[in-house]
Ligand binder design. Structure first.
Ligand code: NDP
Length: 313
């Protein structure tokens, strides 16, 4: 028997984190085709689960591991983990906040600019020689426009700071008002009606499911753009596709989708969208920092010290 703690890996994790885990723990990888029989056999020894932001770690799954002490999530969002169930058993749940804030905020701005200024279409236009037939159609100005942020937390505030550099008029919606120099809206529909760009950056999960529905899109209006860097679940994707097709909103920039990695063909076929593959935190520097933090939470815990970044209550 190994004296190293047994860790169950339940998600595809970056090489750097896999290396750290394998160098320090006795690892078992669910994605390596671990049989049910083998899983049952090792279950009593498992003391930690290594997951990512998308991995499902429900109550029944955790119940299989009587010695489970900690679930370390590689990512700031942890909507796949049943945190109340973990708490009942005193299992720590950790995530990787802060280290990814800049990148995700950068990507929100990138999607806003790319969508409003039609950068992807313009690239095809320039490369493909269409330019010879005449100039590119006019696009939408971002500087000075009205921005609404849904979820003014760590990343939301970083988006607001960047948007201030574009002289944008900034408003937000959270469940609770904050002491910030931006206009607060108590409901998302009124916020949508008051802005040109609506940026979603809340957590996922049941509490935010389909916050953006047909009514909110209607309020955003035919000149409005939706940017989603939060979770696919926060937007009703069918309603969004419909609104984009019918010109009920002007366009959308999306990094996240309801059923990743699948994007409905109907949505992908539209010209007024810019789509990216859930990569807002995907720079080498940031993913390395996230991996280090996800690992350090485990390492610190097994050294008998308090975990570094527990998920909030
Ligand atoms: P924070 O916890 O700092 O901020 C979350 C904000 O959302 C808070 O201001 C909170 O305010 C608000 N919020 C929560 N629930 C609701 C609700 N029902 N309605 C309105 N507002 C709500 O988290 P971060 O800023 O660090 O991260 C935010 C999210 O961004 C992550 O949970 C993740 O889903 C997403 N993300 C996406 C990435 C990507 O790759 N695309 C990468 C990283 C993060 P209040 O409590 O007052 O409502």
């Amino acid at each position: 028997m190994s004296s190293r703690p047994d860790v169950l890996i339940v998600a595809r994790l970056p090489q750097h984190l896999m290396q750290l885990l394998h160098d320090n723990f006795n690892c078992h990888n669910l994605l390596d085709g671990l049989s049910e029989e083998k899983l049952t056999q090792i279950a009593p020894a498992i003391r930690a689960i290594a997951a990512n932001g998308e991995a499902k770690v429900p109550r029944e799954f955790m119940a299989r591991f009587p010695a489970l002490e900690i679930v370390s999530v590689f990512g700031v969002g942890y909507d796949g983990v049943d945190v109340p169930a973990a708490r009942e058993r005193g299992i720590h749940v950790t995530h990787t906040p802060d280290v990814l804030t800049d990148d995700v905020a950068d990507m929100a701005i990138a999607l806003m600019l790319a969508t409003a200024r039609n950068v992807v279409r313009a690239d095809r236009f320039a490369r493909g020689g269409e330019w010879k037939n005449g100039p590119f159609p006019f696009t939408t100005k971002v500087s000075g426009a009205r921005l609404g942020i849904v979820g003014l937390g760590r990343i939301g505030e970083a988006i607001a700071r960047r948007a201030a550099g574009f002289d944008m008029d900034i408003s937000y919606h959270n469940r609770s008002r904050k002491d910030v120099p931006y206009t607060y809206y108590g409901d998302i529909k009124s916020l949508a009606a008051a802005v040109d760009f609506l940026v979603m950056i809340t957590p996922g999960g049941a509490g935010t499911r389909a916050l953006v529905n047909a009514e909110v899109l209607e309020a955003l209006g035919p000149k409005g753009f939706l940017i989603n860097v939060a979770r696919g679940s926060v937007v009703d994707e069918a309603a969004l596709t419909q609104a984009l097709k019918e010109g009920k909103i002007a366009g959308a920039g999306l990094d996240v989708f309801e059923n990743e990695p699948n994007i409905p063909a109907e949505l992908a076929a539209l010209e007024n969208v810019v789509l990216t593959p859930h990569m807002a935190s995907g720079t080498l520097v940031t993913r390395t920092a996230m991996a280090d933090l996800a690992f350090n939470n485990l390492q610190t815990h097994f050294a008998g010290k308090p975990v570094l970044t527990p998920v909030p209550n």
